[in-house]
Write a protein that binds this ligand. Structure first.
Ligand SMILES: [Fe+2]
Length: 448
């Protein structure tokens, strides 16, 4: 190297520097190209990702829409299911003796308003004789309407179902000013009414009104009219079934009363006793919230409980003084004889059993079987309390009649000994609620 001159050295350095520069430039160019390529690839990937994201978003939207639709369908199914079970319930209740007419009509009306969604209020009226009375209402002041004097002349009843906007005008033309002002209150905010007569054959016995308020944007359609007629048919069927069984029940009741009256001629001391016991017993059972059908059957049991006395010699039954032991033994056969007679009638086996045990005592000292506590059928325990109360408050040649307060004391004294304490408590509550003068005139509940 030392042999080279500075010129050669300089040239050599320049060549090396140039070569390095060229390498750098080529490298830079190559790098830039690779970077461009990478950027293009990244951009492409990004575009694809965006595409994919768009596709996913659209799928997501579709799924959300499907989910909403499913939710809606599910809700509709739930509603349809609820409505179906409600309709089935109404059908079942048609022959359910435990449901009152008032409850049945209330159920029909509520369901009709739910199904006929244009309606937001409603009422059902029934005819009795020449008068009309409200039975149930939704969205109306039932107490207020119940005070109105509704007659065949001033109550609107079409012969077939119709939609009207002129109910108010009709009342203006047919009502007294006082009644019209109440009707105005009642119909004040009603724009449209669907009126369906409830019929038994051709005889109109009731009316169902469905109403649309002024603030509602809806109107009744012909479809609504047809639906309402179906509900009216349901109410009519219920009414006819109930009427039939009521008439049949009244017939049986008259026959039973005639038999009881025959017994009363035989045993003068039972005069009026069976009917009073039947009234007390149904009231006690009603207060104890027993099922309606059970109360109805208890009425029969009470009416017939002493029928077996027909087997006891008349001289013993009508003896004006206290009975001897032998005579008392004869009297004690009557619950078994009552049972035997009633058991002859098909379908009255439960009644026969309650009657058999109406002289059992809570402490087990009664007859004929010496049952104690809850082993005695509940309805027999009710009969025992009301039967004894009536005997206490009735005069006999050998004893005076106790007044109500004395009888209550006697009942309390014997609660837990002769009588079921719970039944005694209910009986005393009932007696305390009664007016002094109505001791033997307890109101009879409508179970027929
Ligand atoms: Fe008796």
């Amino acid at each position: 190297m030392n042999n080279l001159g500075w010129f050669e050295n300089t040239v050599l350095w320049m060549v090396i520097s140039g070569a390095l520069l060229i390498v750098c430039l080529v490298n830079k160019l190559l790098f830039a190209k690779a970077a461009r390529k990478r950027t293009a690839a990244l951009e492409q990937a990004n575009r694809e990702l965006l595409e994919q994201r768009k596709r996913l978003e659209s799928i997501n939207r579709e799924m959300e829409a499907n989910f909403e639709e499913l939710k809606r369908l599910n809700k509709q199914l739930e509603i349809a299911d609820k409505r179906l079970s409600k309709a089935l319930e109404l059908l079942y209740q048609l022959s359910d003796p435990n449901i009152s007419a008032k409850s049945y009509f209330a159920n029909v009306l509520t369901f009709a308003i739910e199904i006929i969604s244009s309606a937001d209020k409603g009422s059902i009226f029934l005819r009795s004789g020449d008068k009309w009375r409200i039975v149930t209402a939704v969205g109306h002041d039932i107490e207020r309407i119940a005070q109105m004097h509704l007659t065949v002349e001033n109550f609107f009843v079409p012969s077939k179902a119709l939609i009207t906007k002129h109910l108010k005008e009709w009342h203006r033309a047919h009502d007294s000013p006082a009644d019209f002002s109440t009707w105005t209150e009642f119909l004040g905010d009603i724009r449209e009414t669907l009126v369906v007569p409830l019929k038994e054959g051709e005889k109109v016995f009731g009316v169902m009104n469905l109403d649309i308020s002024y603030e509602s944007p809806h109107h009744f359609s012909n479809e609504d009219l047809k639906l309402a007629q179906r509900f009216a048919k349901m109410a009519s069927s219920f009414h006819m079934l109930r009427e039939y069984s009521r008439r049949e029940g009244q017939f049986h009741r008259k026959v039973a009363l005639t038999i009881v009256k025959a017994l009363e001629y035989y045993d003068t001391y039972t005069r009026g006793h069976s009917e009073r016991v039947a009234r007390y017993a149904t009231l006690v059972a009603d207060k104890m919230k027993l099922p309606r059908e059970l109360i109805r059957r208890l009425y029969w049991a009470a009416l017939l409980h002493d029928i077996g006395k027909i087997f006891v010699p008349q001289a013993v039954l009508n003896k004006p003084s206290k009975l001897e032991d032998d005579e008392y033994k004869l009297v004690k056969i009557h619950p078994v004889k009552s049972e035997e007679l009633i058991r002859e009638i098909e379908g009255m086996e439960d009644i026969a059993l309650w009657v058999r045990h109406h002289h059992e005592r809570w402490d087990g000292g009664g007859y004929p079987d010496g049952l104690a506590g809850e082993a005695i059928p509940l309805l027999s325990r009710i009969l025992a309390v009301v039967d004894s109360f009536d005997a206490m408050t009735t005069e006999r040649p050998y004893k005076r009649a106790l007044n109500k307060q004395e009888a209550i004391r006697e009942l309390l004294e014997n609660a837990g000994k002769q009588f079921d304490p719970k039944v005694t408590e209910v009986m005393i509550q009932l007696l305390n609620e009664m007016k002094e003068s109505s001791d033997h005139k307890m109101p009879e509940k409508e179970y027929f």
